[in-house]
Design a protein around this ligand. Structure first.
Ligand code: NAD
Ligand code: 022
Ligand code: ZN
Length: 375
């Protein structure tokens, strides 16, 4: 079939919206009509050419929502008409990682996904008979796309696809980092570094978990009101702090007779390795946990003194908020439908596919929390 897609033909160029050819689903695959797709930082990072694993030409996009239109042989978990969210982290429930119950990083299709192809080693997309790569197993900047059934979450058909597409990456990453990775308890203190599309979702995850003190840290003063909107209790702008930021945060989090300060949980949502260090060092000695969510540029390294860890701090990272997609994503959609989490105010911009490059411009200039392309 033919479908419209924004194609990244080469690194550093703008996306071009063209009609591409899409082959139907093979065994174990499903064809999805994408109705909406968020634009996330990784898409821009790959498009820029800075991602050493980026492949071109490709159809980017990994934060979508849509409707199943066709299923391949042997698919029993999905049927045409089902409302779905594509998963860049699949959940096969059979590989050693899924069976371990200790990680969400399913390995069933890991190598082919990284190579921009389907599990059989071929691409379903082409343009003028030239192969186009899939991206993060999703390629949601296309009106139709094909995914393996293990990488598709079936969700409540009453949920608005133009909002729940954000659960395909940002919402699940932020809320999941709090609930799955950190397992924050009621009454905890927390610091969130970077109040963008991820950090704000960490804040609403902390509110859901019942955290007492939620400190937001951002160099952009506009983020104070954004954070407060989702449950932040204190805001710190590093550029307005005299002296050491870590010392300031540790002091803010001193409680009762405890001579030591530091938060129970800290989260890096910037991708800046210097900030990652500050996040670790501003969590409490003995039990503080610091969660790295931000993805740093290729080749970057983190540093701290071993003393920081010897004295009981824990440094952790999280991918997709530790969520098992087919199990957890439908539950997060239900939380949204029940009013437990918010999404609508974070979607600051929408546009048709033809204007997708505007979404990248808004992101580069820090003007959007989330821009969503509507098909
Ligand atoms: P964003 O650009 O919307 O937000 C980043 C925020 O950090 C901005 O508000 C910016 O002002 C602030 N900031 C920048 N430098 C800072 C500093 N030195 N101190 C304090 N604040 C600072 O980005 P986002 O969409 O929220 O994504 C954040 C990060 O999360 C990115 O690195 C992204 O790649 C990553 N991410 C990771 C996963 C995962 O599974 N681990 C999933 C999605 C996104
Ligand atoms: C999504 N991310 C950032 C912004 N939006 C993001 C990027 C990378 C990962 C997670 C979220 C990530 C963490 C760990 C891995 N990835 C490796 C997983 C593994 O090896 O099993 C990651 C993922 C997908 C891809 C690359 C890296 C890909 O499909 N190309 C989950
Ligand atoms: Zn993303």
């Amino acid at each position: 079939m033919k479908t419209r897609a924004a194609v990244a033909f080469a690194a550093g160029q703008r996306l071009e919206v063209v009609e591409v050819d899409l082959e139907g689903p093979k065994a174990g695959e499903v064809l999805i009509e994408i109705k909406a797709s968020g634009v996330c930082h990784t898409d821009a990072y790959t498009l820029s050419g800075a991602d050493p694993e980026g492949l071109f030409p490709a159809i980017l996009g990994h934060e979508g929502a849509g409707v199943v239109r066709e299923v391949g042989a042997g698919v029993t978990s999905l049927k045409p008409g089902d409302h779905v969210i594509p998963l860049y982290t699949p959940e096969c429930r059979q590989c050693p990682s899924c069976l371990s119950r200790k990680t969400n990083l399913c390995t069933a299709i890991r190598s082919t996904q990284g190579q921009g192809v389907m599990p059989d080693g071929t691409s379903r997309f082409s343009y003028r008979s030239q192969k186009i790569h899939h991206y993060m197993g999703c390629s949601t900047f296309a009106n139709h796309t094909v995914l393996p059934d293990i990488a598709v979450a079936k969700v409540d058909p009453a949920a608005p696809l133009d909002k729940i597409c954000y659960i395909g990456c940002g919402v699940t990453t932020g809320v999941g980092a709090v609930l799955n990775t950190a397992q924050v308890e009621a009454g905890a203190t927390a610091i969130v570094f970077g109040l963008g599309g991820i950090g704000l979702n960490v804040i609403q995850g902390l509110r859901l978990a019942g955290a007492d003190m939620i400190i937001g840290v951002d160099i952009n003063p506009d983020k104070k009101s954004w954070g407060e909107r989702f449950g932040m209790t204190h805001f710190v702008n590093p550029t307005a702090v005299e002296g050491d930021l870590v010392a300031h945060l540790v002091n803010m989090t001193k409680r009762g007779a405890d001579q030591f300060g530091g938060a129970d949980y800290t989260f890096d949502c910037t991708g800046n390795v210097k900030v990652m260090r500050m996040a670790l060092e501003s969590c409490h000695r003995g039990w503080g946990q610091s969660i790295i969510i931000g993805v740093a540029g290729a080749g970057q390294e983190i540093a701290t003194r071993p003393f920081q860890l010897v004295t009981g701090r824990v440094w952790k990272g999280t991918a997709f908020g530790g969520a098992r997609g087919r199990t957890d994503v439908p539950r997060i959609v239900d939380w949204y439908m029940a009013g437990k989490i918010e999404i609508d105010p974070m979607i600051t911009h929408t546009m048709p596919l033809a204007e997708i490059n505007t979404a990248f411009d808004l992101m580069h200039h820090g003007q959007s929390i989330r821009a969503v392309v509507l098909f």
